[in-house]
Design a protein around this ligand. Structure first.
Ligand code: FUB
Length: 460
């Protein structure tokens, strides 16, 4: 290689480095996540997702997962409080779902395969907490009987009326009673037309005719001001995101165009959830961009956007960068290890006593926590709770990059078991103040699991 081209590559890497370092999408790296459904409750944004299995060759999905954030960049993993096994009548396909709060209870509408009817069904689980535990609210499907009964979206209007939409490639709608677990009136099959959704109902589409668009699946119903929006995956496969607008939650709907056009994301499906949080508007979607991922190994991502002046949606494109923080993290309070902005190599595991913890830590893996506010004076001590059956290793706490200055270094000894937790502490070094990204860089013997992490905290 000529010296000039080496210089070009090194200059390019220097220019690109800040972009890589600030990448936030996909927002979960510890497993594959899909079909995002955001919900805001008491100043926390909860994200309900599906879970694509590693190495899958179909949507062999077994459970749903919950994550939460208060700053849009650090996400806490709450594990999987709902799975196929939560529904005695179901046996397959834990597909798209959405959760909503009413009168202090959280209703999680899911779709999955019913062994009663051998079709897809809509189920509903209920909990007193947004993170569970959830239980089947009815002990039977809320509605079942067709393979296209998938992807429920739920919405409660300002006047208290609640609606459920679902379906692929037909679109169905039912009004929910105040109890949220029964329908008021009949289920309606929505008449799709060129004007309302870009094309007529599937059975009325004419061969060879190119329609402006086609409703496919994954509806998301929301409201802003006096406008109601129905977003959905459209265009068949591969899917883009399109939307219709209406003056009420039951329409009449008017097809408005694309929201997220097709891009090379590695996933032939897409699925949206839209929400306002801390003064910003966000669109959640999924891609196949996590390493090893693809059409059946999808990952949730998020983009910030602003509605157009006439209340229509702008075009929104998938990025690797994702969104900026809208808050900071206090390092002087206990933070769970499974709260992170980005990670490489690690996984999360559940434990009945400790809750979720971080596992599968190998030499060279790291966890990044963003926008950590150390305040005016430097911390003096770092505490961490870790466990290791045998090997142990070292945690280097670095500022602002994987190679940044080390402000604390803790050796994790063998503790006698992967869930035998031990509290460790060390003095900090250097002067740290203000807001920084914090990197947990893991070191130890190569090629083996080193230790697990439960939580951490600084003291000053
Ligand atoms: O996740 C399984 C299916 O893929 C969902 O139900 C659809 O919306 C599509 O994302």
């Amino acid at each position: 290689m000529k010296p000039s081209s080496k210089k070009f590559i090194s200059t390019t890497l220097t220019i690109l480095a800040p972009i890589w370092l600030s990448a936030q999408n996909p927002i979960v790296q510890t497993c594959y996540t899909s079909d995002p459904a955001p919900m805001v409750h008491k100043s926390t944004l909860y994200l309900y997702t599906g879970h694509d299995e590693d190495g899958a060759d179909f949507f062999w999905m077994q459970e749903w997962r919950v994550y939460s954030t208060r700053d849009m960049v650090n996400w806490t993993d709450h594990g999987s409080p709902l799975a196929i096994e939560s529904f005695a009548w179901a046996d397959d396909r834990a597909w798209a779902a959405q959760c909503i709060e009413r009168n202090g209870k959280f209703y999680w509408y899911v779709c999955l395969h019913s062994k009663l009817s051998n079709t897809m069904a809509i189920g509903v689980a209920v909990s007193k907490s947004p993170t569970g535990p959830f239980k089947d609210a009815l002990g039977k499907p809320l509605y079942e009987g067709s393979w296209d009964y998938i992807d429920p979206t739920v919405f409660i209007d300002d006047d208290g009326r609640a609606f459920l939409y679902w379906g692929n490639p037909n679109l169905y709608m039912a009004e929910l009673n105040e109890d949220m677990v029964s329908f008021k009136g009949e289920v309606q099959k929505i008449e799709q037309t060129v004007e309302s959704f870009g094309a007529p109902n599937p059975e009325k589409r004419l061969k060879g005719v190119k329609y402006p668009d086609t409703y496919t699946e994954g509806p998301w119903l929301c409201k802003r001001g006096n406008n109601y929006y129905l977003l959905y995956a459209a265009g068949g496969i591969p899917e883009h995101i399109a939307y219709s607008m209406g003056p009420s939650p039951t329409g009449p709907w008017r097809y408005m165009g694309e929201v997220m056009p097709l891009q090379e994301t590695g996933s032939f499906t897409n699925h949206v959830g839209v929400i306002d949080y801390k003064g910003n508007s966000y669109l959640f979607y999924h891609t196949g961009k996590l390493p090893g991922g693809g059409g059946f190994g999808r990952s949730v991502a998020v983009e910030q956007f602003e509605y157009n002046a006439d209340d229509t949606f702008p075009l929104i494109y998938a990025t690797d960068k994702g969104v900026d923080p809208v808050g900071t993290l206090n390092p002087y309070k206990r933070t769970e290890a499974e709260t992170m902005a980005f990670s490489r190599g690690v996984k999360s595991e559940p434990n009945a006593t400790t809750g979720i913890y971080i596992a599968d830590i190998h030499d060279g893996d790291y966890i990044k926590v963003r926008a950590v506010d150390f305040g005016h004076s430097s911390p003096k001590k770092f505490h961490v709770v870790a466990a290791s059956a045998r090997r142990g290793g070292t945690i280097e706490m670095r500022l602002d990059s994987i190679g940044g200055s080390i402000i604390a270094k803790v050796d994790v000894p063998p503790t006698g078991g992967w869930e035998q937790w031990k509290r460790l502490k060390c003095n900090t070094t250097g002067n740290v103040s203000g807001v920084h990204d914090l990197y947990f860089v893991f070191k130890g013997r190569k090629g083996c699991k080193l230790f697990n992490l439960d939580w951490w905290r600084f003291d000053n």
